[in-house]
Ligand binder design. Sequence first.
Ligand code: IMP
Ligand code: MG
Length: 182
Amino acid sequence: MTADIQEILVSEEELQSLCDKLAKQITDDYKKSDRKLVLICILKGSLMFTTELMKRIDIPLEIDFMKVSSYGTKTVSSGYINIHLDIKREDMEEVDFLIIEDIVDSGKTLSHLVRYLKERGAGSVRTCTLLDKPDRRAVDFDPDYCGKVIPDAFVVGFGLDFNEKYRNLPYVGILKPEVYGG
Ligand code: IMP
Ligand code: MG
């Protein structure tokens, strides 16, 4: 697996400190809210990030899961968002939703999900991404919390995949373009 990595972009140590930083901001921002905090882990890419983040957040919270796709097997967004797994809740207006995403690219996935949850009556909706590639933005979208801004490269590891592979790498690395035919 490591032979397919061109360069380590975010080391294990840096990932830990990014999670510390984000969890502290989230704890400070939500501790006075009278709604319940629900983290929505966007499967599958945000699995590792969500677990690392949630254990550092020092206020009561619930987790929920959604599964969406826009990518298929390519490295370019189709722009069409499919919801494969949705949340089922009766208490939408009593909830502060914080959507946890691995990476923002075109911005289409998160801007769509924020709109969707607001339309369903959510008390509040914010977004937290580990990584952001603002150079690739196709819609007007800014995450509320961002671990690290990165250049326009295809990255894998710490949950992020290419064709379902590399999610188990403990760091985030740039995939060699020859692996995906780039
Ligand atoms: P967006 O809707 O274009 O912002 O796409 C966001 C989704 O694209 C993320 O949740 C990832 O699943 C996927 N994605 C974008 N860039 C990368 C990358 O560099 N590596 C792995 N997945 C990526
Ligand atoms: Mg994803």
